[in-house]
Ligand binder design. Structure first.
Ligand code: F3S
Length: 428
């Protein structure tokens, strides 16, 4: 079979079966995938660790589990250790008998088996289930210029934009294949040309824009293109501090889920924008100006998917993508102060904050853990989207400050300060 891209002798040998039939098939899949995107060659994956998107032992995904078992049986395990997206279940998260029955007997009944498969394939450790694998407490943080084989949209977006690593928005399984064989097709966001911006965004707001709404506005406008954003230094400064990185994590996840952005540049702040300035703008770029009115218009247009639009909130999720340690501390202080101000002891809506297991462990060693527990908020490592991915959750009045969760489920979006207000006041 003829391929359009150039292959090295080593890659050609793998295709011809030098490392066995399974490796040959994996290589062939990657080459065909690359050919479809007009990749010119296959390049080595240079990051130390990988990251997989498929974290759930969903019974209906039998073909995936069979494929994983075949890879294990034939020794085609990952050349690099990897982290994986968050788990769907945690016994601490509020649930009821019916939901537990559906989760455990029908939906995620093969979770334990799948966890064992992941370990055999190269999972870093039992704590490596999070979409924010790049947090210090998790330890899968790629360096600038490294080539990755990841697929989780929020993590790919962060790695490209904030860390300056290089990764396409791959699909699940394709990213595992890249980690197994150690090569990925060279196209799109791996190339200098593909990292140029075809949109110039000018932010002209009178106050710091809510990260999740700004990201949503940009994502819906540019779709899968690369935006170059000006006007943010007033609000974010020029240093990638922990607070700024947490803001960019939430902003980027919204661009990636409300659109399909895999990379953005922020003038004077993100690594390539600092290095190359507006020479990153491609010829013929389009423009979009965002002011207060535009952000309000965007939020006002979010549909409310609840059956009863006036229902009392039954559950609140904060932490999609997973919260950083600093965000967790800030939310804890704000919830405690809000309750005190309103004369309440516990949050008025069952509330779950989600973060990486490593962040949870670090937080639990601090005084903040007792303070948070006293407010009634549950701290968990799950993915709220996986929790809500079933017909029972669709009927619940869930609120969130995550634009990703709003986009993929029936959860209703509120800005962070609105969420704080709702959960720390008596529900009428
Ligand atoms: Fe992470 Fe799940 Fe949200 S993977 S970004 S918590 S949908």
């Amino acid at each position: 079979m003829d391929y359009k891209m150039k292959l090295t002798q080593e890659q050609q040998d793998i295709l011809n079966g030098s490392k066995g039939e399974t490796m040959a098939k994996i290589m062939k899949t990657l080459v065909l995938y690359g050919d479809a995107f007009e990749a010119t060659e296959m390049v080595p994956v240079t990051s130390e660790k990988g990251h997989l998107v498929t974290s759930f032992g969903l019974k209906v995904m039998k073909p995936v589990h069979e494929l994983m078992q075949k890879l294990i049986d034939e020794g085609a395990i990952s050349a690099q250790k990897f982290s994986v997206d968050p788990k769907p279940l945690d016994p601490n998260v509020p649930s009821d008998f019916l939901k537990n029955f559906v989760f455990n007997k029908f939906m995620y009944s093969v979770q334990d088996m799948y966890d064992v498969q992941l370990e055999k394939l190269g999972l870093i450790d039992k704590k490596s289930y999070t979409c924010t694998c790049y947090m210090d407490e998790v330890g899968n943080k790629p360096n600038k210029g490294e080539i990755l084989s990841w697929a989780e949209s929020s993590a790919v977006n962060y790695a490209n934009s904030v860390l300056g690593a290089r990764c396409n928005r791959n699909s699940g399984i394709i990213e595992l294949f890249g980690s197994i064989v150690g090569f990925v097709p060279y196209f799109g966001l791996l190339t200098d040309e593909g990292r140029k911006a075809t949109w110039k965004i000018t932010v002209k707001t009178t106050k710091k824009p809510e990260a999740q709404i700004l990201g949503s506005a940009i994502g819906m406008k540019v779709l899968e293109d690369v935006p170059y954003i000006e006007g943010m230094n007033e609000w974010l400064g020029t240093e990638l501090t922990d607070d700024v990185c947490a803001y960019l994590k939430d902003f980027g996840a919204a661009t990636a889920s409300n659109g399909a952005v895999g990379l953005y540049h922020i003038a004077g702040l993100t690594p390539e924008a600092v290095e190359l300035g507006d020479s990153l703008l491609a010829d013929g770029y389009k423009e979009y100006v965002i002011d207060d009115a535009e952000l309000q218009r965007v939020q006002d247009n979010y549909p409310v998917m609840w059956k009863d639009k006036n229902a009392k909130p039954e559950l609140c999720f904060v932490g999609c993508p997973h919260l950083s340690l600093a965000q967790l501390n800030e939310w804890t202080d704000n919830v405690a102060a809000g309750l005190k101000k309103n004369g309440l002891k516990k949050v008025s809506v069952p509330t779950v904050f989600t973060c990486a297991p490593g962040v949870k462990e670090a937080f639990e060693k601090t005084e903040g853990a007792k303070k948070l527990a006293a407010t009634g908020v549950v701290l968990s490592y799950i993915c709220p989207l996986m929790y809500m991915n079933n017909p029972l959750a669709k009927k619940m009045a869930v609120i969130t400050n995550s634009n990703k969760l709003r986009t993929y489920t029936t959860a209703r979006y509120y800005r962070s300060e609105q969420i704080l207000d709702i959960i720390t006041k008596e529900v009428k």
